[in-house]
Design a binder for this molecule. Structure first.
Ligand SMILES: CCCCCCCCCCCCC[C@H](O)CC(=O)SCCNC(=O)CCNC(=O)[C@H](O)C(C)(C)COP(=O)(O)OP(=O)(O)OC[C@H]1O[C@@H](n2cnc3c(N)ncnc32)[C@H](O)[C@@H]1OP(=O)(O)O
Length: 268
């Protein structure tokens, strides 16, 4: 278990190898503060050091996933210089980058509204499951900001396509659960009371596989979103597979297959 004392995020490990991080400011719909960004970054670094954790599930306490930046904090921003504002934005972006760069898969269990930075946070996950009450919007444009925020303008068009991403970014309208599933913004919509159960079930499926195989699959899938050529993608894949064949998990998997038993993966 990751040993961290956090103020805005509650941690649990209900299933071996799976950490559930719950954004825990339900009174303000889990809106994001400087402390929450710092704690997301600390969590990402702690998970990066823990070989026993194989999947992170991220969800929200109460009725929302995350309402984006804490608008109650907006007043204190007025006193910031332009450089101070840039430093705040960079600090927040670092925490999202640390989360997205985790070698383990991240499943966002979107339990309600994911607005503004909350959309950016959901997009930074590898997989999104949503409750029937989930709704997503680029709230940024409603309060004078840009959808170029915490990676949203890079991820959204790659997940739902440039045309719909443009519509969402410019209109600020909500994408409710049914449309989110139909457009691929989320992998699956489930009843709210089963959301965490479904996320844990998917996480358990992932945990049953070779951690090295899963982690290099994530690295290849993410890297290939940035690589422009098929040839370059093949080169990246070839290096990863060659690396895995040097590990202990592949021979263990082959032995388990022959002996008709479950493999005991160690990630080494
Ligand atoms: C002005 C911000 C400037 C930021 C500049 C840069 C800052 C420094 C760097 C930070 C980097 C991160 C930047 C971030 O990604 C940018 C954004 O996220 S911008 C978008 C901010 N979010 C919003 O605009 C969403 C506002 N909320 C809503 O639209 C709705 O509340 C909802 C989320 C769709 C949910 O709707 P409902 O279910 O109907 O709930 P209510 O509206 O009734 O709200 C319930 C309750 O929660 C309070 N609340 C809601 N959202 C926030 C919030 N973002 N911050 C604080 N509190 C929030 C709301 O006031 C209600 O409270 P109550 O009235 O009951 O006391």
């Amino acid at each position: 278990m990751v040993e961290l004392k956090l103020e805005t995020i509650e941690l649990a490990e209900p299933v071996r190898g799976v950490v559930v991080a719950t954004l825990n400011r339900p009174e303000s719909l889990n809106s994001m503060t400087v402390t929450m960004f710092a704690e997301l970054e600390r969590l990402a670094f702690a998970l990066g050091d823990d070989d026993d954790v194989r999947v992170l599930v991220l969800t929200g306490a109460g009725k929302a996933f995350c309402a984006g930046y804490d608008l109650d904090d907006a007043d204190e921003l007025a006193g910031l210089t332009a450089l101070g504002m840039l430093e705040r934005q960079e600090h927040a972006a670092r925490s999202l980058s640390a989360l997205r760069s985790l070698r383990i898969p991240v499943i966002a269990a979107v339990n309600g509204a994911a607005a503004g930075g909350g959309l950016s946070l959901a997009l930074a996950a590898d997989i999104r499951l949503a409750s029937q009450t989930a709704k997503f919007n680029a709230a940024f444009v409603r309060i004078g900001l840009s959808a170029g925020d915490l990676g949203a303008s890079w991820l959204l068009p790659r997940i739902i396509g440039p045309a719909l991403a443009s519509e969402i970014a410019y209109t600020g309208r909500f994408v409710f659960a049914e449309e989110a599933e139909r457009t691929g913004l989320v992998n699956k919509v489930v009843p709210g009371e089963r959301l965490l159960e479904e996320a844990l079930a998917m996480a358990s499926l992932i945990c049953a596989n070779s951690p090295g195989g899963v982690q290099l699959s994530k690295r290849a899938l993410q890297a290939n979103m940035e690589i422009t050529s098929y040839a370059a993608a093949l080169e990246l894949e070839n290096r990863g597979q060659a690396l895995l064949t040097r590990g202990a998990d592949m021979p263990e998997a082959l032995a388990a297959f022959k002996e008709k038993r479950a493999p005991d993966f160690t990630g080494r």
